[in-house]
Design a protein around this ligand. Sequence first.
Ligand code: FEO
Ligand code: CA
Ligand code: CA
Ligand code: CA
Length: 581
Amino acid sequence: GGQDRGGRGLLGFEPVPPGTADEVIVPRGYTARPFIPWGTPILGSFPAFAPGTAEEGGPAGNTAAEQAEQIGMHHDGMTYFPLHSGRRGNEHGLLVLNHEYTDEYYLHRAQFVDGYKPTSAEGVRKSQNAHGVSVVEIERARSGEWQVKRSPRNRRITATTPMSFSGPAAGHRLLRTAADPAGSTPLGTINNCGNGETPWGTYLTCEENFNGYFRVDPGHGGEDAALQTRYGVGGDRNGWAAHDPRFVVRAGDANEPNRFGWVVEIDPLNPRSAPVKRTALGRLKHEDATVHVSRGGRVVVYMGDDQVNEYVYKFVSAANWRSMRARGTSPLDEGTLYVARFTDDGRGEWVPLVHGQHGLTPENGFADQGDVLVKTRQAADRVGATPMDRPEWTAVDPRSGTVYVTLTNNTGRTIANAANPRTRNQWGHIVRWDEDHGDHTATGFSWDVFLLAGPGDGADGSTIAAEDAFGSPDGLWLDPDSRAWIQTDGTQPGGANNQMLAADPYRTDRNGVPEVRRFLTGARQCEVTGIAMTPDQRTLFVNLQHPGEDGDSSWPGLDGVTTPRSATVVVARDDGGVIGS
Ligand code: FEO
Ligand code: CA
Ligand code: CA
Ligand code: CA
């Protein structure tokens, strides 16, 4: 837990007030510039962004092929990989970012049209090409502005990019389809939400709400129906099923949805490498994947499953990551997946999801470890994991090893427990824990509530100060100085725009509530998500996703284009100092 160290603390900026304008506001002495908005050319013929039209049947902006050469839509989790060690690495690197989903009306029509879906194979293909991940080489010019390089490292990964499965469920019967009878070569990644990075220099992208892209034809029973129900498969939200039969779930060929919901590893330095879906990390609506190296060199991956009453997980590699890689094994392929039980005495337990243990047996529907991993949610139900208020991002304090998780909200909660202490939890909270003996591979931990969000000063049970009011914490990262950056996605107290705040876990009031300051307010109807910094902490990258989702924004308004566009925001201090300090 934190304590007041006295002195100046970690937060050295003047907080900004809650925002309602259609712009990004940062503290005095800082500058924020929009960068690589949706549609920015990065590949091939570098096709310029073309907005769609307000008229049905008019030009639909860029083609599907052009979209595959441009930055995708709905920026989310993101990592900056420096391309040099030392100072030059602060000015030249690869930015790798997720594109979570699409607002089809802006993708095709340039204005808000409630419920709009593409109506042609070309339109569906454009939507699929606006999903996935972008890898883009960027460099800081003498002026201080960052620019996209025309680089052979630039890459788009989309909903159709060939990939592979690895780990215990690769080739499993539940991953086999008519088009891929070996169950080994899935196509594409979708609904890429949060992210992670490994100590060996790769990027992890997390597949979250994959379920909504499928149409489920009638005729399913038994295991298929149980799986589809537990993960909520169906809805055809983006209209893909009419033009891409892969997104129609048929009796007898019902496994395509099982090929999503994974953590996917991408080698950003090798643009020809096939991304790998790491099945040992389980199949959930993955929010993010925070990798921490334990004292013995085993890697530990913390993960949330973002839906009401879902669970918190961790994966522990079988051995030291360097020795595993030296013998040609991925540390993300062999190890143990655990799910968390939070007990009301402030203790917790990691329960292994291992075939044959804790009722994960054939008589209960788990024939092998592949079954346990494809049906991770059912396995976690069986072992009695604790239902949480929508576990979103995880983060580890580099100083103390304390692990944090945002619990964004759960208005449907009727029975509180100590780790989810509010019924009808509208505003969300943040829980943290210390692994026993500081050992991240431990199976026991001690937890407490870091803060309860809301209007502040006790309103609705919130513990923060009213001047720091926020709701629906989602993105979360502790920087190398242990500053906790909190990003919001949802209704804010007073109807303000979504925002990013910083907290000092080591400077708390007499009730143990950390100091919080609002650092950034976003454009209208955006969420603030995804965060990365250069190693010197002097350039901050933050994403604004879905500005104007209900029609009320033209941010960032670059080049006179009024279609709102998700974009990265590059933040620097005018005096070149460390961000937040
Ligand atoms: Fe994609 Fe749970 O946010
Ligand atoms: Ca999120
Ligand atoms: Ca969210
Ligand atoms: Ca404050």
